[in-house]
Write a protein of this length. Structure first.
Length: 210
C-alpha cells in the first residue's frame, strides 16, 4: 500500500473518461458546529461509491478496495485545509452504522481530487497531506478505502475528515480535535459526511473512477 501511495503522489495527472455511480439513498449534508473565532467550518456531501474489481484497478493506484466520491464546500469566511493523508490522530475515519453484512469495517487508504470538465474528460490528481479550499469553493474528492469484507453488501455510516486553517495537520489553534469521532460530541475540527450506498463495480475501462 505504501508503494502504491508513493506512485500516485509522483504520478502525472490522470485523465478519467467517465464515471459509473451509485445514487445515495438519502442525500445528507452535515458539518460540525464551529466556534466564532474559527470563521466557521466546511460542509460535506456524499456523491457515490463503487467497488474496485480485484486487481484490475491497480494501474490507477487502487487495489481490491472501495472508492467514495464526496464534495467539500468551504462555507466559512477564511481559507481552510482538509487533511487528506494518514496523519496519526487526524487520519480520516469511517464509522459504519448499518450494513447488510455483519462486522463490516472500512479503513482509509488515500485521496485524490476529482475535477469534472465542461466538454472534456474529467481528471483526478493525487493529493499531498492537505488540500486548500478557499471561501465559497467546492472541491470533489475520491476517497480510497479498504474493507474487512470483500462480499457485495450495502452500508450506511459516516466519513469524518479533519480540517483546519493551517496546512500542517493539528497545528490550528482555533478549534479542538478531541474527542475523536465517532464520539457523539466530537471536536469541531472534524467534518461529518453521512453516506448510504451499494457498491457497484468500478469500471476499469473508465479509469476506475466511481
Amino acid at each position: 500500500m505504501t508503494e502504491q501511495r508513493e506512485e500516485r503522489r509522483i504520478s502525472r495527472r490522470t485523465i478519467a473518461k467517465g464515471a459509473a455511480w451509485t445514487v445515495p439513498a438519502v442525500p445528507l449534508v452535515m458539518a460540525t458546529p464551529a466556534y466564532a473565532a474559527s470563521g466557521g467550518g466546511p460542509t460535506g456531501n456524499f456523491l457515490g461509491a463503487c467497488k474496485q474489481p480485484g486487481n484490475s484497478c491497480e494501474p490507477y493506484g487502487f487495489n481490491k478496495g472501495y472508492s467514495f466520491l464526496v464534495s467539500v464546500t468551504n462555507t466559512s469566511t477564511k481559507p481552510i485545509y482538509v487533511y487528506t493523508r494518514a496523519t496519526g490522530d487526524l487520519t480520516p475515519i469511517f464509522s459504519i452504522v448499518t450494513s447488510s453484512q455483519s462486522g463490516v469495517t472500512f479503513a482509509y487508504g488515500d485521496a485524490v481530487q476529482y475535477e469534472p470538465q465542461v466538454g472534456e474528460p474529467p481528471v483526478y490528481t493525487p493529493l499531498p497531506t492537505s488540500i486548500l479550499i478557499q471561501p465559497g469553493q467546492t472541491v470533489q474528492l475520491i476517497i480510497d478505502a479498504s474493507s474487512s469484507n470483500s462480499a457485495n453488501f450495502t452500508a450506511s455510516g459516516n466519513l469524518y475528515l479533519a480540517w483546519g486553517h493551517t496546512s500542517t495537520p493539528g497545528s490550528d489553534p482555533d478549534h479542538p480535535y478531541v474527542p475523536k469521532p465517532p464520539a457523539t460530541n466530537f471536536g469541531e475540527g472534524w467534518i461529518r459526511i453521512p453516506f448510504s450506498t451499494t457498491f457497484p463495480p468500478c469500471d476499469k475501462d473508465r479509469y476506475c473512477v466511481p
